[in-house]
Every structure is written in structure tokens, then in C-alpha cells.
Design a protein around this ligand. Sequence first.
Ligand code: T3D
Length: 259
Amino acid sequence: MFEHILWSVENGVARITLNRPSVFNSMHHAMRQEVLAALDLCRNEESIRAVYLTGAGRAFCAGQDLQEVVDPNGPALHDILASGYNPMVRAIRNLEKPVVCAVNGVAAGAGANIALACDITVAAASASFTQAFSKIGLIPDSGGTWTLPRLVGLQRATALMMLSDKINAEEAVSMGLIWKVLPDNSFAQESLRIAEMLAQMPTRALGMTKRALNRAFSNDFNAQLALEDDLQTQAGQTYDYQEGVAAFLEKRKPVFRGE
Ligand code: T3D
């Protein structure tokens, strides 16, 4: 089905594994289009209730494939963003299902900012993050100039972007860049477990939580209260809300359907 990514769906979780390990899963046109197609499947397929994004081999993703940008027949810089990274991070943010990013190794350039666009990002103890763009004369893209200051504040974002220092997973957690560090030897299982757990939860409420969070930094307080009111009204009409309350009162474990 795909050539440059691995794709599977199990237990309600769609797994997308970036799979060009010899070039640290850096992305060229075909790979970007495959990731976009996979995210489209995640949006359209109701049985998918969480997404798990990771990389094959030693790296998560080294960002743009720099061989592609020196290819005279390759795409222009603008096209790489307009038809690749921009729709990709937009699709992640707009997908009303939780996206777990499991950063198994280095995440650089667009690779770092794709990881930061996900909802819950965890990293293996040996993983690292670098903005990298300034080292090749580019500005951070893939939403990084929007996401990073919101996660870590303006001063740290500026330093991370201008200096392109490589920071380790512990530093990433302490700055608020990511959710957690997990041990290398159990990373794949423990990170996948987070996605599997989310896939059993009330999907529509999680999706609407994400919709509210997407507006959190642009709405004023009153607009956000109005949005919560509207979304809570919708959440209150779901099957999963009824099930959650009934299960609580009956002292049993709820069985959510994502409806
Ligand atoms: O047109 C545009 O560019 C617009 C879009 C921009 C979006 C971007 O993402 S721009 C930023 C692009 N990424 C980078 O600048 C990162 C480049 N890579 C690195 O700085 C380092 O490779 C890492 C810090 C990621 C890892 O360092 P290290 O020492 O652990 O590994 P390495 O030896 O440098 O890399 C391993 C292999 O992957 C190596 O191949 P080889 O020598 O074993 O055959 C290396 O060439 C390859 N590789 C790593 N990153 C890329 C890459 N090949 C192509 N493109 C890459 N980005």
C-alpha cells in the first residue's frame, strides 16, 4: 500500500512508521504524500480512534531530505511547504482523534516540528531534538514558529531556533517541549500503550477537547467559555457520555464506543 512508511491498524490505533532509516527517515516528496494519505485514512476511517506516529531505525525523522533540495528536478522550496509540511501539520492539528508521537531517536528540522504538532509526544531516553534549520540558512517551518514559543516560551524558543542546539529527551521534558521520557528498552511497548489506551476512550470528547485547545491561544477568555459551552453541549449528546455516567453509577468499567 505504501513504500516509504509502514502502516497498520490494530486495536483502534493506526500506526504510521516513517521508514527510510538509511537517511534517518528524512522526507522527500513521495514520503510526504504517503504521510498525508495515511492521515487522510485516519480521518475517514471510523474504527481508527487514535494515531501512533514513530520512526524506523535509529532516528525519528531528520526533516527535509537534503538530497531532494539539491536535485535540479526536485520541487521548489515553496511547494515542499505548501503541498507537504503545511498540510501535514494542519492535518495532525485538525484530526479530531488523539495523535501520539513516539520519538524513538533524533528529531531534526521539520521532523522536530512535526513531533511537536502531535497531541502527546513522548521520547525514548536516548532521543534528541534539534531545530537544525539555522545551520543550513533556513527559518523553522512546519508550524514550529507557532508551536515552539507556545510550548516553551519566547526566550527558549528563540535560543533553540537560532542556536539549533541538540537537546536530549530529559531536557525536552523539563522545558515542556514533550510529555514524557520512556526507557529505551521498553519504549516501543510503553509508547504504543498510550495510544491503545486513548483508542478505548471517548473519542468524540477527546476530539472536541483538541478543537478547544486549538483555539486556546487565539480566543479571549469569554470566547473560550462560549466554545466550551458549545462543545460540552455536543459532548453531552454522545453515547459515550451516557455510558461514562452509567458506568460510574453502576461501579463498573465503562465501554466507550467513540460515538
Ligand atoms: O526545501 C526545504 O529544505 C524546505 C523544508 C525544510 C524543512 C527541513 O526540515 S530543513 C532541515 C533539514 N534537516 C537537517 O538539516 C538535518 C540534517 N541532519 C543532521 O543534522 C544530522 O544528520 C542529525 C542531527 C539529524 C543526526 O546526526 P548524526 O550524526 O546522528 O547522523 P548522520 O551521520 O549525520 O546521519 C545519518 C545518515 O542520515 C547519513 O547518511 P550516511 O552518511 O550514513 O549515508 C546522513 O547523510 C543521513 N541524513 C541525515 N539527515 C538527512 C540525511 N540525509 C538527507 N537529508 C537529511 N535531512
